[in-house]
Design a protein around this ligand. Structure first.
Ligand code: NAI
Length: 399
């Protein structure tokens, strides 16, 4: 890997506020890129007050401004690494804006990648013509919230370890070590970007719990105290539903492995993932529902809502549905179709959520079809029709 001295951070949200001081503190040159002039101006104003201060509860703080804030993609592209810390729906507009200016040796990655990031990258950045290294981070390492825009962010929690896959796969060890050192979080190399995509656990947990909690919702307006708990509201029925969705993804991964020899042992069931990620803070893991309800990290978190006259209603435009379905569950559904794995539970959730969000991805028989399918990050939208081709792209062979 070429020495990385200059990084462009794409995004102006919570995550970008954490990444900037960390990278600066590690001695790198950092450019912050947001295409929105107003956001760039606010970031510049905030950072001019002494830099971006990252406060980690109980562990002090770190403070540094970026070297540059820009809305110009041609400026942002002149870096050794481009790091997207953005919601998945912003990946493609960002990659397309940078693409004409991006040197082929610039490493490009997203944390979190969600599902199918490498497909979108190859598509936007020139595919086979460029032997570019792409990386996909499995989750954002931090729970974080901006306190003052451009100036202060609080880190509420940091994950123990975050998986990282690369295309080509050989770069994962070196890039994991680099990111671990410069972001002060442990990244562990994963075997395949397909495992990041199929193992994207948000696709199961967020739409699964939304569906379980709200399938019988009939339009009630809640007082603040009536807003249901999200994770602590998981019943045995909802947990069972998540296990079925997770099972459909596991069977898809097993068929892909069996038919194409790809190693997908890193795709975990929802139960394995929860225990592996949170064992020390789960009080009772006698069942999946109990493990969700007694996970201290989830305590008090509620269903996403929006305010209306007289109280609160569920926010069906929440990223739990508008990010985790088109950039998660639909990817798995699309791969399941390629390997011939039925997905009745996933279909039920996608269909119900479509009714709530007004986005339609499936026909009445559960087939991929509908006015909004072109906006989903599924292999078929990148000309990838069969599983063998998908496996080749994950190895860096884009035709
Ligand atoms: P955020 O909502 O704070 O920031 C979103 C950023 O995306 C903004 O700067 C906005 O300008 C930019 N954006 C929106 N549309 C865009 C477009 N079309 N082109 C370019 N930029 C666009 O998000 P945050 O909190 O920084 O999260 C980033 C990712 O990390 C999301 O996927 C989120 O779900 C995930 N995540 C965040 C956590 C947190 O604690 N903040 C925890 C776990 C995951």
């Amino acid at each position: 890997m070429r020495a990385i001295q200059k990084v462009s951070v794409c995004g102006g949200g919570n995550a970008a506020h954490v990444v900037v001081p960390l990278l600066k503190n590690a001695g790198l040159k950092v450019t912050l890129y947001t295409p929105f002039f107003e956001e760039a101006a606010r970031f510049t104003t905030g950072a001019a007050r002494g830099g971006v201060i990252m406060i980690v509860d109980g562990q002090g703080q770190m403070q540094d401004p970026p070297d540059m804030v820009t809305s110009s993609p041609s400026v942002a592209a002149q870096s050794d690494m481009v790091l997207l810390v953005l919601p998945a729906f912003a990946h493609e507009p960002t990659l397309k804006a940078l693409s004409p200016y991006l040197p082929p040796e610039t490493v490009v990655g997203a944390i979190p990648a969600r599902s199918g990031f490498e497909l979108s990258s190859y598509h936007c950045l020139g595919g086979a013509s460029q032997k570019r290294t792409i990386f996909c981070g499995q989750t954002l390492p931090w729970a974080c919230r901006i306190i003052e825009y451009g100036h202060k962010v609080r880190v509420l929690g940091t994950k123990e370890s975050v998986g990282l896959a690369t295309v080509p796969a050989e770069a994962a060890v070196e890039l994991s070590a680099w990111l671990s050192k410069h972001l002060q979080v442990h990244f562990h190399p994963m075997v395949s970007s397909l495992a990041v995509s199929l193992g994207n656990i948000g696709q199961v947990i967020h739409p699964g719990i939304m569906y379980g909690l709200l399938k019988d919702y009939r339009g009630a307006v809640w007082d603040e105290g009536e807003i249901p708990l999200f994770y602590q509201g998981v019943t045995e029925e909802i947990a069972g539903f998540m296990e079925h969705m997770s099972g459909e993804i596991m069977r898809t991964a097993a068929l892909l492995s069996q038919d194409h020899g790809v190693d997908l042992h890193e795709v975990l069931t929802v139960r394995e993932w929860l225990i592996r990620s949170y064992a020390p803070v789960i009080e009772d893991n006698s069942s999946l529902a109990r493990a969700f309800c007694t996970n201290r990290s989830y305590r008090g978190l509620k269903v996403p809502v929006k305010q209306v006259a007289g109280g609160f209603v569920p926010d069906f435009q929440s990223r739990y549905l508008t990010e985790d379905i088109p950039f998660g569950l639909l990817y798995s559904k699309a791969v399941a179709k390629m390997v011939g794995c039925p997905t009745p539970c996933i279909d039920e959730v996608i269909t119900a959520a479509g009714g709530w969000t007004g986005r339609h991805y499936l026909d009445d028989h559960g087939a991929l079809s509908g006015q909004d399918l072109s906006a989903a990050r599924i292999p078929q939208n990148y000309g990838i029709k069969v599983a063998g081709q998908l496996v080749q792209v994950s190895l860096g062979n884009y035709q």
